[in-house]
Design a protein around this ligand. Structure first.
Ligand code: HEM
Length: 117
């Protein structure tokens, strides 16, 4: 069975519209590199966090507002030390009330976990 040419054109337009629609929907759902998906990050107790003190080749993690950040590769956090503070701890109060920069500097370091409630 053959159809008149205009039906093929309509079918093609319909298929193209559907393809554009589907690809727009799926791209809206795919995560952007900026938003760290906190739901999928591992949980740490404060005891576990204490092991990440940046000493003897261990990684250096700090917690702020329930999020664990990796400061291992951060220059001002060499060996897990930074202006008198040591990694492996919750430093929420300190970063907010003692540091001159506040939480804005956390944008420079990756979030790697969250604190177990
Ligand atoms: C007396 C207290 C503190 C002072 C004077 C201080 C000072 C500074 C300065 C000057 C920088 C920029 C260094 C650079 O870019 O070379 C910095 C970065 C940073 N600070 Fe502090 N800080 C203090 C406390 C804290 C605390 C308690 C935290 C807790 C998490 C913290 C977390 C950070 C982070 C994550 C960075 C960014 C590191 C990077 O860019 O790699 N700081 N701090």
């Amino acid at each position: 069975m053959t159809l008149p040419g205009k039906y093929y054109v309509r079918l093609l337009v319909l298929l193209l519209t559907a393809a554009v629609f589907i690809s727009a929907c799926s791209s809206a759902k795919s995560p952007s590199p900026e938003d760290e998906d906190l739901d999928n990050l591992p949980e740490f107790t404060l005891e576990e966090l204490a092991e990440y003190d940046g000493k003897d080749g261990r990684k250096a993690y700090v917690a702020v507002d329930g999020i664990v950040y990796d400061v291992t590769d951060s220059r001002p956090w060499k060996n897990g030390e930074h202006n008198g503070f040591t990694a492996g701890r919750d430093l929420t109060e300190e970063i907010k009330n003692v540091s001159p920069h506040g939480v804005s500097k956390l944008r420079n370091v990756p979030a790697v976990g969250k604190i177990k409630e």
